[in-house]
Design a protein. Structure first.
Length: 251
């Protein structure tokens, strides 16, 4: 039994080549080390989970008395960032009575993803302040000729009925700085010594931003070929099938 996620910081983006010479854009994340600060149990809290913290240097003066007592219960070092992750049992679920295998004070390293292929990552997107509808929602604007104010969204509501603006109307406002979840990012490599995990694709947030990496809840199915020959290109397969057909005889 182990936890299903780990905290980390985004290092940056780069690219790698696979065995076939194809290039893949990847994001490097320094995942952990983390420590379990508290265990949530079904009997006491109503659910099974593990509260983890990212192990980083924190001054004692920056920790209040409440959190100092919380860390002292499990004899763990003070941490700045705390999140809750699920507990994976032997059956692959987060329910059950096998949560006693993990205990408070255990270290969590990046090797928990050694048998995983896809991960879900939660991060905070870059804050862009107050933005208009063209930048925030991708509106096209109005005419851009002389005398027009083209950076406007136009009418926002009906005239006589219902004489109000519906909730959820896309308007100018705060853009970015929101929690974003990116699912099913493929793992391209793991460095256990340096606590690095490389995932294919982009991760929300700026460099050095905190992200939560967890095992994919609904990983995609792997593409299968015919008779174990690997992935088949449908275009090439259709051309090959059409070329093998004999031309129809004219009557």
């Amino acid at each position: 039994m182990s936890v299903t996620g780990i905290l980390g910081r985004k290092v940056g983006m780069t690219q790698v080549f696979d065995d076939r010479g194809e290039v893949h854009p990847i994001t490097v994340i320094k995942a952990g080390p983390c420590v379990i600060t508290q265990l949530k149990t079904q009997m006491k809290d109503g659910y099974d989970a593990a509260q983890i913290g990212l192990v980083e240097f924190v001054k004692a003066s920056k920790v209040n008395k409440a959190m100092t007592g919380h860390f002292a219960k499990t004899d763990v070092p003070p941490v700045r960032i705390i999140k809750e992750v699920g507990i994976e049992t032997s059956t692959g679920t987060s329910e059950g009575d096998g949560s006693e295998a993990v205990k408070a004070g255990d270290r969590i390293m990046v090797d928990i993803f050694s048998d995983a292929k896809f991960v879900d990552i939660i991060g905070t997107s870059k804050g862009r302040g107050f933005a208009g509808v063209v930048r925030r929602h991708g509106f096209g604007g109005g005419p851009k000729s002389h005398g027009h104010m083209f950076q406007i969204q136009g009418s926002i509501g009906a005239s006589s009925f219902p004489s109000r603006v519906f909730p959820g109307q896309r308007m100018p406002g705060h853009f970015g700085d929101a929690q974003i979840t990116v699912r099913n990012l493929r793992i391209r490599g793991i460095d256990v010594e340096e606590n690095l995990i490389m995932v294919e694709g982009a991760v929300p947030g700026a460099r050095d931003g905190v992200v939560l990496v967890s095992k994919a809840k609904a990983p995609p199915r792997e593409r299968r070929g015919f008779a174990g020959s690997g992935t088949v290109d449908p275009l090439k397969a259709s051309k090959k099938a059409s070329a093998g057909k004999a031309p129809a005889k004219k009557k």
